[in-house]
Write a protein that binds this ligand. Structure first.
Ligand code: HEM
Length: 367
């Protein structure tokens, strides 16, 4: 039997519940991440992100907000049809610059430039909307406290012999392949520790994992390959083991000749119980509320990565889910804890780097 989708629930501030010790947990998260940055500053001689340090593609493109969206979808940045310049930064999770043989989940940060409207606290004066996404539908931990426990484990591996990490990663990929064969889904925790399958990064779908205000409603978002050249890469095996920059080289090869189109999609919250705000580890069931396309992200062929681009984007920009419109306020404990953590990351990199971190008013990346 087919079920009619339920109407989207209205945003209600009382949906958020702040535990009494959240501020303390957040401070521990910040301290742990700062320690990772201090270790890598010593090792690398330059400040890098405490997570998602290594970039694989740095792209410029365009977001088209589609015309004719239904009222519950036409919210915030998507309230009116339009075209905006975007920067996309593809990365992998670790806070150190490892060989790709240590195969971990991938992220995309997207900065939409020239956005108008009331802003989130801390991003007043800027005119961009950031979306920070990872290639799995839910976060590895339900709340900041559980994430802190995972992070301490990962932080302990920063600076460990890369050969050891490669050996562990190789073994975990075997475990991951068995988990996928048995359950049909990869395990986020195995992936984080180095068991991400060796697939082409441009075939992946990237999710917000956590919920956001969607104007008067609440939603999760994702970026999904749409053009045939991209969808052909979904789950496509590429040789990563033994090739230090395999993902970057695969992106450079692709964009040398080919453009790309992704669908920007939204999953509206329709049920309080099955679509929680305070548990980021729960996948909101697709059967109850489908992801619907509200925009298209297009990129032309270009030089997907270069030292000059890395200076401009890795060093010169910062991405945070709290950098945007009040209409897209991040919700839930994981998102609340992220706000000061991303600020710390940005400030640490600005303090110790040779290059100022700025907010672009237009997008023109060097080759
Ligand atoms: C409490 C939870 C979290 C904390 C404390 C945290 C913290 C951080 C920090 C400090 C950075 C580096 C910022 C910088 O140096 O500019 C970062 C980057 C990043 N995070 Fe998170 N994060 C959390 C949850 C998440 C979640 C749920 C996602 C999934 C969508 C995510 C995806 C990313 C990505 C993709 C980047 C790289 C952004 C870029 O390219 O600049 N994080 N995170």
């Amino acid at each position: 039997m087919l079920f009619e989708p339920l109407p989207a629930l209205r945003y209600d501030p009382s949906d958020e519940e702040v535990p009494h010790d959240e501020a303390e947990t957040t401070q521990h998260l910040i301290d742990t991440m700062r320690k990772v940055s201090e270790t890598t500053l010593r090792d690398e001689g330059q400040p890098i992100r405490s997570v998602h340090a290594k970039s694989h593609a740095l792209l410029q493109g365009e977001l088209e907000v589609l015309d004719g969206l239904s009222p519950s979808l036409a919210q915030g940045l998507f309230a009116r049809p339009g075209r905006y310049c975007v920067v996309l930064r593809f990365s992998t999770i670790p806070g150190d610059l490892l060989d790709d043989s240590v195969s971990t989940p991938r992220g995309v940060a997207m900065k939409v430039v020239g956005v108008e409207g009331p802003r989130l606290p801390g991003s007043e004066g800027a005119a961009s909307q950031n979306f920070v996404l990872v290639n799995g539908p839910a976060f590895g931990a339900p709340n900041p406290k559980a994430f802190l426990a995972n992070l301490k484990l990962l932080a302990g591996t920063t600076d460990k012999a890369p050969g050891f990490k490669k050996a562990v990663s190789g073994a975990l990929q075997g475990v991951q392949a068995v988990i996928v064969a048995v359950t049909g889904e990869p395990s986020p925790m195995v992936a984080t520790l180095g068991g991400q399958l060796e697939t082409h990064i441009l075939g992946d779908t990237f999710y917000s994992q956590t919920p956001f205000r969607w104007g008067g409603y609440v939603a999760k978002v994702r970026l999904k390959p749409a053009s045939p050249e991209l969808t052909a890469l979904t789950d496509k095996h590429i040789k990563i083991n033994g090739v230090p920059n395999a993902l970057r080289e695969a992106c450079l090869d692709f964009f040398r000749t080919t453009g790309a189109v992704w669908e920007f999609q939204v999953q509206l919250r329709t049920d309080r119980k099955t679509m929680p705000i305070e548990d980021a580890s729960k996948v909101w069931p697709d059967g109850e509320s489908h992801y619907l396309t509200v925009g298209l992200v297009r990129t032309k062929p270009q030089t997907a990565w270069s030292e000059a681009r890395s200076q401009a984007v890795d060093k010169g920009l910062s991405f945070s889910p709290w950098h945007g419109l009040a209409a897209h306020q991040p919700l839930g404990g994981v998102n609340r804890s992220r706000r000061p953590a991303y600020e710390m990351g940005r400030n640490f990199r600005a303090e110790h780097g040779a290059r100022a971190i700025t907010e672009p008013t237009e997008v023109s990346l060097p080759d």
